[in-house]
Ligand binder design. Sequence first.
Ligand code: UD1
Ligand code: CA
Length: 442
Amino acid sequence: MTKNINAIILAAGKGTRMKSETPKVLHEIFGKTLLGYVLDAINKTDLVDKSFVIVGHQAEMVEKFVKDNCENASTILQMPQLGTGDAVSKVCPHLENFNGEVIILCGDTPVISEKTLKDFIEFHKSKNSDLTVMSAVFDDPTNYGRIVRCGEIASVDNSSQSRYLKSRNDVLAIVEEKDATVEQKAIKEVNAGIYCLNWQKIKPAFYQLTSNNAQGEYYLTDIIAWGGKQGLNVNAFVLADNEEIFGINSKAHLAEATKMINKRNIEKHLENGVTIVDPGTTWISSDTEIGADTVIFPCTYITGKNKIGAKCFIGPFAHIRGEVELGDNVKIGNFVEVKKSKIASNTNACHLSYVGDSEIGSGVNIGAGTITANYNHFTKAKNKTTIKDGASIGSNSVLVAPVEIGEKATVAAGTVLTKSVENNALAVARAPMRIVENYSDK
Ligand code: UD1
Ligand code: CA
């Protein structure tokens, strides 16, 4: 069923202050790109059919990311970049006859939540709004566009084009910092850069924008005053949580956003009954599920997409690197790194191990210092290690993948395992121990 809402994500800008060869929107937080966060938030609302990502600087890289990762998104090239209004105008030919709503966001605001987007769209609909802008009130509004509201009751807009009755607090315009008067600069309500609009009613604006402003750009923000002059219903949705519109312009911002996202994730897991001993030193990605009564010890870093069962013990100093699935009651102890592996319930890897590209059954004991040697440096292949239920892997073993260890099989401590082991068998691969008497006398 079509939802009749499309999204436009602005991502053509340069991001100079990142000082990076990577396009700004492809910087990552917990293994997920900034653009990925925005697209995920949109998709999770379940209200949007299709997203158009406007690309420009380092367009090929962003195009490839969208093509490889986002099913219902496509890219549109904006070259050269003449401003946010120009960016949106590039979508016009693609939505010529589209008869629904369009939401516009920036690709560099990863903290935005699906809940806020839902509330925003809901607000737009409930007001029967033609154009809604998201705003926030900042103590320090520097650099943001300011929301200019009508100051008088039922004042009249005497612009040359038309006369429309305005009532107190109606949104009249957005004025950019560089174009603002001293009085306007004092306004603390700012433009969050997120809009919802009735496409057919607002679309003509994109053919009429001009660049008569301090930056010589076509400003998307000018659609607000345009809408008012057309007698359209223009509203602002004031955001309660300012953090959500935090935009990334530098590496310092990236670090700050990582903290914000982590804090939210930790709060969610605590709420769900996960014990997190030290939230201050624990890092958990947004795409990690954790069952109740699991305990996460300090200095644990969990990135990427993972599913961790209930009653597990993770850390201290554990590293879960993504595509990890743990059953219930699994122990991943100190200095254990796990990547792209499935580990069934009641299995322990308590100390100093690397488990990668593995499928491990239940009731397995992975001895201290066990390494799955999964990577062939020359072929670049990642090979799989399979360990069946009840197997015991002795300490300091190297499991040279591809290799399979049968049910209840034992791998003796210190083994370099290069062949598979049958069920119930013992594998030992090390020189037999010998004692040389009076060795020091020789
Ligand atoms: C913009 C708003 C400002 C608002 C702020 C919120 C305008 C004119 N101003 O300012 O009111 O408070 O966002 O963060 O819109 N982009 C393109 N093509 C372009 C220019 C920009 O795709 O030609 C993209 C950028 O990559 C970025 C987004 O649009 O993702 C915003 O552009 P930016 O230049 O950062 O606008 P601001 O000055 O922050
Ligand atoms: Ca910006």
